[in-house]
Design a protein around this ligand. Structure first.
Ligand SMILES: Nc1nc2c(ncn2[C@@H]2O[C@H](COP(=O)(O)OP(=O)(O)OP(=O)(O)O)[C@@H](O)[C@H]2O)c(=O)[nH]1
Ligand SMILES: [Mg+2]
Length: 451
């Protein structure tokens, strides 16, 4: 028989209320003995006294809700007990539940049970952890989409399509006299190619997902003294970075998390790039060049009252060529000298004064618009897979690519079938079919206790 698990599902410490969750076969007995609820009406709140098992003491007046297995999160009978948020009361109730035969749940164990009872697939279980840890609207949207099953349906559809291909090829092995016609061969090829494209698209999306989860780094880059630190301070709304008229003021980079629209970004101010004999400043400049690799968006800031820096560090230019860049012409209050002839093609530009509040709002709008477009949830972009899924898709993909070559070269169907079946195994692991205990432990141990 399965254990009955318990945990405090709300954070520990003093609060107005705390919730203790119970899941498993002992729920009925606990409702009857501890709460005097012999047959609780499902999913209805009951105001009750919680009675300790080894004394007459009533530990608290609680609200309890009973969820029968068919209608519960875990797929087992579940009891939720809301008591007053005193750690001592919670401790007493947990101790009492252990005396009544329950055990304390491991992190993520409630969600693991929901997965094991088939209530949710593995992608949905993971999205619950993402929902709990989301730090911005954009992360919430993705986690909610995945919880609603967007990613699960994507993987199910990949599996169905590969299975259909397998069935077609099996049929041609069973009935060799009906050789695969050349047009049906091209239909199979097209389908394999289309699956490959979708998988590649999903793998690429994991890069963006990583930025969303680990922080969208926005780097303020440019020559020395153009007003980078002034812009940094204005965007975060605090005087954190030193500002001075002497070029080479910033050496160590400074970063700060700031909300812009739906996003939480990590804004970074760093040393301005210029040729200098100062060895400490040069260390800062090296660090700046390294930081470009981690940036999702570069605000390439120039001084509008000076010519465009055509001699700007070539390594930095090479690194930003593959990145999203916005050219920020700062110091627009001065006479304009910079001209856009030297800018990279099709680049977004904005003219501001980093000291002007309205201009700072405008640049924030532009950053938000850019990120909204990058992370937009239109049907072709709503899929964002996490690193675990991307790794499994990366393992699956070579088998499909080999299958494609084998079909092109007219190799026997049995070889193609083998590759298709190998590619499908990795997709099984994404949604959780045939997932082994180690994988499950790894996923669920990242949850908080009580979820
Ligand atoms: N006129 C004008 N001056 C500005 C503006 N923004 C910044 N400055 C001035 O430009 C000078 C340099 O500003 P910083 O913010 O320190 O420039 P920086 O790019 O961080 O400089 P380094 O850290 O040395 O690379 C300071 O004297 C600022 O007051 C602006 O919009 N207009
Ligand atoms: Mg600076």
């Amino acid at each position: 028989m399965t254990d009955t698990i318990i945990a405090q599902s709300t954070p520990s410490g003093q609060s107005a209320l705390a919730i203790v969750r119970v899941s498993g076969p002992l729920c009925d007995r606990i409702a009857k003995d501890a709460l005097a609820l012999p047959s609780p009406t499902p999913r209805v709140s009951h105001l009750r006294n919680y009675q300790l098992s080894d004394s007459e003491i009533i530990v608290d007046q609680v609200i309890s809700v009973f969820f029968p297995s068919k209608k519960s999160f875990t797929g087992e009978n579940t009891l939720e007990i809301s008591c007053h948020g005193n750690p001592f009361i919670v401790e007493k109730i947990l101790e009492d539940l252990v005396k009544r035969g329950c055990r304390i749940a491991k992190p993520g164990e409630f969600t693991k049970r929901a997965f094991l009872s088939g209530k949710i697939d593995l992608t949905q279980a993971e999205s619950i952890a993402e929902l709990i840890s989301a730090k911005s609207e954009a992360e919430l949207k993705i986690a909610n989409l995945n919880l609603a099953g967007v990613q699960g349906s994507f993987c199910n559809s990949l599996q169905d399509r590969i299975l259909t291909l397998q069935a077609k090829l099996e049929a041609s092995i069973d009935y060799p006299e009906e050789e695969i016609e050349s047009d049906s061969k091209s239909i199979i090829m097209n389908e394999v190619e289309s699956i490959i494209n979708e998988m590649q698209f999903a793998i690429e999306s994991s890069g963006k997902k990583k930025f969303l989860t680990n922080g969208i780094k926005v780097l303020i880059l440019g020559p020395a003294n153009v007003g980078k630190s002034t812009l940094f301070n204005s965007l975060i709304g605090a005087q954190r970075a030193l500002v001075s008229q002497t070029p080479g003021t910033t050496r160590d980079y400074i970063s700060s998390h700031v909300y812009i629209g739906d996003f939480q970004i990590e804004l970074i101010d760093c040393a301005g790039i210029r040729t200098t004999e100062n060895s400490t400043e040069n260390l800062g400049i090296e660090k700046t060049v390294e930081l470009i690799d981690e940036a999702f968006l570069v605000l390439f800031t120039v001084d509008a009252s000076l010519p465009y820096p055509i001699d700007f560090d070539q390594r930095a230019l090479d690194k930003i060529s593959g990145k999203a860049v916005i050219v920020v012409e700062n110091k627009k209050d001065l006479t304009k000298v910079v001209t856009s002839d030297q800018y990279p093609e099709n680049i977004q530009t904005i003219s501001i004064s980093a000291r002007d509040d309205d201009d700072v709002k405008n640049i924030a709008y532009l950053i938000n618009a850019h990120l909204t477009q990058e992370f937009s949830h239109d049907p072709s972009k709503e899929l964002m897979v996490n690193t675990r899924h991307a790794n499994l898709l990366n393992n699956s993909l070579p088998h499909l690519l080999t299958a494609k070559i084998l079909i092109e070269e007219g190799e026997g169907e049995e070889f193609v079938l083998q590759e298709l079946s190998n590619s499908r195994k990795f997709i099984d692991e994404i949604i959780g079919i045939k997932s082994n205990e180690d994988i499950l432990d790894k996923i669920f141990c990242e949850f908080c206790i009580g979820k």
